[in-house]
Design a protein around this ligand. Structure first.
Ligand code: SF4
Length: 625
């Protein structure tokens, strides 16, 4: 921006005659590597809040198209050529920061002022401003600071800002969080780019924040840096937003993205009562909360189920009380199993989140995680890697111990170990993460199959999932993925596991044992033997060298790993998204199935799977090994 224009705009904006910035482009920087889990619930909601804050102050607001496929950068370039933009606002988490810089550089090529906000710039404003493509950083909660920046331009009068001036950095001082939380305008969802054929205001998978912040301060969490304590919106205000999302004809999946939705039980109950009274119940809702809060919420679990709550995520983190204490996680392990039982009794699913790699933990400590998770009665669990996000206490703890092994922000996504512990190096943590997933798997879909073909299909599904989880770690080669997975199976086989299942009356009876072998090219193999005795089925897992069983099919792990690498995660997300729609709206199954099968990605995935499936039954494989 040239100096004369700058002065002119600053004078007029100071007089309150016009906003300093008038044409604004907002972008949420995408994760460097798409992780399979949260992708289809990331939905630009944060920048829609910013858009709503300045909606009536500016001439234009835009988000680039193609956010949900590979075309974001080209869309952004084209947009900057086609229409006037004088401010680009980029929101960035740590794992997105390299992409945020890439977007800022594109904006700078077009001479546009760039402001960044979000968790990463809040934690490291000076670091971020070292990038010449970034002009200013919004520190902390964004709406009020962003609006003042838009109205006044970068100025010492705008609290909560850091910006470059005359070769130095100006900090304008801390801005308190917004006290009157109901005064925050609803996010401008209509601005969102098309996603898998759906318009921005009408996504069938959406998110809502009914509160901000958290009353706790776990050492690995950056929530407190941004939000400073818990603030709940009034039930009336929350229900009004739910009413705008509600569609009686299409069941939507809504993630209540609060840190702890059940912090105030009375408020949660009032939200349920109003939603039930207004018939706002055509939702499938997921949220996260603490075990203790779930126990406190016992009497309203039925109401939560009525409004559509179908799954709660519980941050359990570790089976080790000493580790929980060091993490400042005020969790009592006894509460966790009680909470899981309660939600189950009310028809609500529970998913446990665990963090492996606390600096005090050892391999022996980590190996007990999967059994502990199973013992709690969990059917779903995520084993994540301790990630020292800037702005958290553990960032300082790991840094001071010299235990951060990578500052490549692309790896900061909870699934790529970037630390070592006092006794485990980073590759060992990768192995532990994979082991926990292999050993936790209940192989339920395998246990329900009645033929070797069915078992192979179910196993391919589980193996693919594991491959995609590992592919999030861009440092791993195919060879490393293969060996780490296989070693995890070998380690698990050495515990001589037998997973069992009580058949239902509708299940067929197995005629004889089915043995499917998972092999790697070096020749070693792990066998999976499915058997039935009476009503009970069991799946035994063991090293091939210890047995001389007949093999019905062989799954070549090298081929599975290679096939998983040939599929684009973006495309897979498109399929997963449609699958979610189908799951929520089974009534329109025929239409949905037709639309899925019209997608070329479906056929690409189908062909890969079929090739692997058919390969498992090649004649030479069906011999006695
Ligand atoms: S991890 Fe959860 S409970 Fe702990 S501070 Fe963060 S949001 Fe709060």
């Amino acid at each position: 921006m040239d100096e004369v224009r700058y002065q002119f705009r600053q004078t007029f904006s100071t007089l309150g005659i016009m906003a300093f910035f008038k044409n604004i482009c907002l972008i949420e920087a995408p994760q460097a590597v798409i992780s399979p889990f949260p992708r289809y619930i990331s939905d630009c909601i944060g920048i829609c809040y910013l858009a709503a804050a300045v909606e009536h102050d500016v001439e234009s607001l835009v988000i680039p198209e193609n956010y949900y496929n590979d075309g974001l950068y080209d869309s952004f370039r084209a947009l900057l050529k086609q229409q006037p933009v004088d401010l680009v606002a980029i929101s960035s988490m740590t794992g997105c920061f390299n992409n945020a810089v890439r977007l800022a550089e594109i904006a700078k090529e077009h001479g546009v002022f760039v402001v960044m906000g979000g968790f990463h710039p809040t934690a490291l404003p000076e670091e971020v401003l070292k990038h010449s493509s970034v002009d200013a950083v919004v520190i902390g909660e964004g709406e009020a600071t962003f609006r003042e920046l838009v109205l006044k331009g970068p100025s010492k009068e705008v609290a909560g800002l850091a910006y470059r001036e005359h070769g130095g950095i100006v900090h304008t001082g801390q801005r308190p969080v917004i006290g009157e939380i109901d005064s925050i305008a609803f996010p401008l969802r209509s601005l969102r780019p098309r996603r898998y054929g759906e318009k921005g205001g009408d996504y069938s998978i959406d998110t809502i924040y009914t509160s901000r912040g958290c009353p706790w301060s776990c050492s690995f969490c950056a929530n407190d840096t941004m939000h400073k304590g818990w603030r709940g919106r009034s039930p009336e205000n929350v229900v009004e937003e739910f009413a705008r999302l509600h569609d009686p004809k299409k069941k939507k999946l809504i993630k209540i993205w609060d840190a702890n939705f059940l912090t105030n039980i009375k408020r949660a109950e009032a939200i349920c009562d109003m939603m039930i009274e207004r018939g706002l119940t055509n939702f499938r809702i997921m949220t996260e909360t603490r075990a203790k809060d779930l126990i406190r919420a016992e009497r309203i679990l039925g109401k939560l189920r009525k409004i559509g709550l179908s799954k709660v995520g519980l941050g359990i983190e570790s089976p080790n009380a000493r580790t929980l204490e060091l993490m400042n996680k005020k969790n009592v392990l006894d509460d966790v199993s009680r909470a899981i039982t309660l939600v189950r009794e009310n028809g609500i699913g529970a998913e446990g989140y665990f963090i492996i790699g606390h600096y005090t933990e050892t391999v022996e400590d980590t190996l007990v995680y999967p059994e502990f998770a199973k013992g709690l009665g969990l059917r779903q669990a995520l084993f994540m890697s301790m990630t020292p996000y800037p702005g958290t206490k553990i960032f300082e703890e790991y840094k001071s111990e010299g235990n951060i092994t990578s500052f490549d922000w692309d790896l900061y996504n909870n699934f790529c170990p970037v630390v070592s512990t006092r006794s485990m190096d980073t590759p060992t943590l990768v192995q532990m993460m994979v082991y926990c997933n292999v050993a936790f798997c209940n192989y339920r879909s395998v246990l329900k199959r009645n033929s070797a073909g069915g078992v192979v299909i179910a196993m391919l599904k589980d193996l693919f999932q594991l491959c995609f989880l590992m592919r999030v770690n861009k440092t791993l080669t195919d060879r490393e993925i293969l060996d780490t997975m296989f070693d995890a199976f070998l380690r698990y086989a050495d515990t001589k596991p037998v997973v069992s299942y009580r058949c239902r009356s509708s299940d067929k009876k197995l005629k004889g044992p089915i043995v499917v072998s998972v092999q790697r090219s070096s020749g070693d193999a792990v066998d999976f033997m499915l058997e039935q005795r009476g009503e009970d089925r069991s799946l035994s897992i063991f090293r091939r060298s210890e047995t001389a069983n007949r093999v019905d099919a062989i799954v070549r792990l090298d081929e599975v790993v290679a096939a998983s690498g040939s599929l684009s995660m973006d495309s897979l997300m498109r399929l997963l998204y449609r699958n979610e729609l189908l799951r929520n709206n089974p009534g329109s199954m025929a239409v949905q199935l037709f639309s899925i099968s019209a997608d070329p990605v479906f056929w690409r995935v189908f062909r890969r799977l079929y090739t692997l499936y058919a390969g498992s039954f090649r004649k030479e494989h069906a011999e006695v090994a």
